[in-house]
Design a binder for this molecule. Structure first.
Ligand code: HEM
Length: 409
């Protein structure tokens, strides 16, 4: 029996010429690469701002300037209750799901913990973890990149920063994965509850033995009146840290490593600058521009006319950063990867009040991973028998990426 899903027509305020057939969770036939899927959309005749009826119905912005404007203009575009398809109630993530000025409360708590100087102090631990992961499989000449490396590095680092026991690694990888991938409402609701339970259980345990970890900082925080933060808000912040910093880094790395596996020249270029931190930083920024994984969601705050288009309160908007970062009006030869690109105002980490708090940590994770990997494995390829499965949704990436190389004799 064929399953039919009923999609209601677009709301009355959406003119027919702005409707385009596109499902942010489904590949078009014959496409399996998330960047190709969104790149095809960019190259199509889709209006630069269009409406799709899929997943509850929502707008999609394609131009860099519109995406940037939606990131920055919190008076028009809210981060509060934005999931697509809609889930109610949805966690009010602190500070991401709260509009300014209220979002400052948790933003000011987190920001100092992830400055370049603070991340500098995490480097030794990060390098130790990277090296240990690599040493486990380098002599085998193959690995499943996501499973053996890219998911374990950021998740392990999260456990370390939060002061959580390492034996929960596999469980956490799985929970973060479902959160980012699933568009099944029942599965997502259950997954959100499971993540909350894990964080709540941990915070309850941590409050009995405070340390110098991130969890203890959240528990001990006081507002300007010296009062502890609401317990639910602390939980919501733990939840955000869980979902914001794990799968994003993993997915970004799967893209970058797949690119390198298929480009000997790019590998050679990176190897040549491996100890030149300045050059490597520029190169990593370019790899992050072209391999931007987030599709960020917003909700229209009040009825408005935006660039001549009527949008209604509660309309959802998708901001596909990978598309914005390839806007020719902003980036010269936008589709080309230039590891020496001088001006690179990409939106991979967002913009405005919610710009990624963890961007320095994310960049450092990718940089150290590249350095340690390329020192040991300067040449590698995608396994010829490989089935690479891409995934769409709030983060783009590859669920499987089997890599092979010649082990040292
Ligand atoms: C390559 C990896 C990453 C990417 C591409 C990324 C991307 C983003 C983006 C686009 C936003 C803005 C969201 C919005 O405007 O609604 C954001 C926010 C955030 N990210 Fe990241 N992120 C990454 C890694 C991390 C890491 C490792 C952490 C861990 C600390 C982190 C923590 C956060 C937090 C706490 C916010 C919310 C900031 C706020 O609302 O003020 N991210 N991230």
């Amino acid at each position: 029996m064929t399953a039919h899903r009923y999609f209601p027509g677009p709301p009355d305020h959406v003119p027919l010429e702005l409707i385009h057939e596109f499902d942010i969770y489904q590949f078009s036939p014959g496409v399996n690469d998330p960047l190709e899927q969104w790149g095809n959309l960019l190259a199509s005749d889709a209006p630069r701002i269009f409406y799709t009826h899929h997943n509850g119905g929502h707008w999609v912005f394609l131009d860099y300037e519109d995406v940037r404007e939606a990131f920055r203009n919190d008076a028009r575009f809210s981060t509060f209750q934005t999931p697509i398809p809609p889930i109610e109630p949805y966690p009010v993530m602190q500070p991401q799901g709260v509009d300014p000025p209220e979002h400052k409360k948790f933003r000011s708590l987190l920001a100092p913990l992830f400055t370049p100087a603070a991340v500098g102090k995490m480097q030794a631990e990060l390098r130790r973890r990277t090296t240990a992961l690599l040493e486990a499989f380098v002599d085998e000449g193959r690995c499943e990149f996501g499973r053996d490396f890219a998911s374990l590095l950021p998740t392990g680092m999260f456990l370390y920063l939060m002061g959580m026991p390492e034996d929960r690694l596999t469980e956490f990888v799985k929970l973060a994965e479902v959160f980012m991938r699933s568009n099944d409402e029942a599965e997502r609701a259950q997954n959100i509850q499971q993540i909350y339970d894990v964080i709540a259980e941990y915070l309850a345990w941590r409050s009995t033995q405070l340390g110098d970890d991130l969890g203890s900082v959240l528990i001990s925080a006081r507002d300007e009146n010296g009062q502890p933060f609401e317990q639910q808000d602390v939980l919501n912040c733990g939840f955000l840290l869980f979902v914001a910093g794990l799968d994003t880094v993993t997915s970004t790395m799967t893209f970058i490593w797949r690119h390198l596996a298929r480009n000997a020249e790019a590998r050679r270029e990176l190897v040549s600058m491996i100890d030149d931190r300045e050059k490597l930083t520029v190169a990593v920024d370019e790899l992050l521009r072209i391999h931007a994984v987030p599709n960020i969601y917003r909700r229209v705050k009040k009825d408005m006319v935006y660039h001549g288009i009527t949008m209604k309160e509660n309309d959802r908007v998708v901001l596909p950063v990978s598309v914005a970062n390839r806007d020719e009006k902003v980036f010269e030869h936008a589709d080309e990867i230039d590891l020496h690109r001088e001006v690179n105002n990409h939106l991979t980490f967002g913009a405005g009040p919610h710009r990624c708090v963890g961007s320095h940590l994310a960049k450092t994770e990718v940089t150290i991973a590249l350095q340690e990997w390329l020192r040991r494995i300067p040449d590698f390829d995608v396994a010829t028998d490989a089935q690479i499965r891409g995934h769409l949704g709030p983060t783009l990436g590859f669920s499987q990426l089997p890599l092979v190389w010649k082990p040292k004799a």
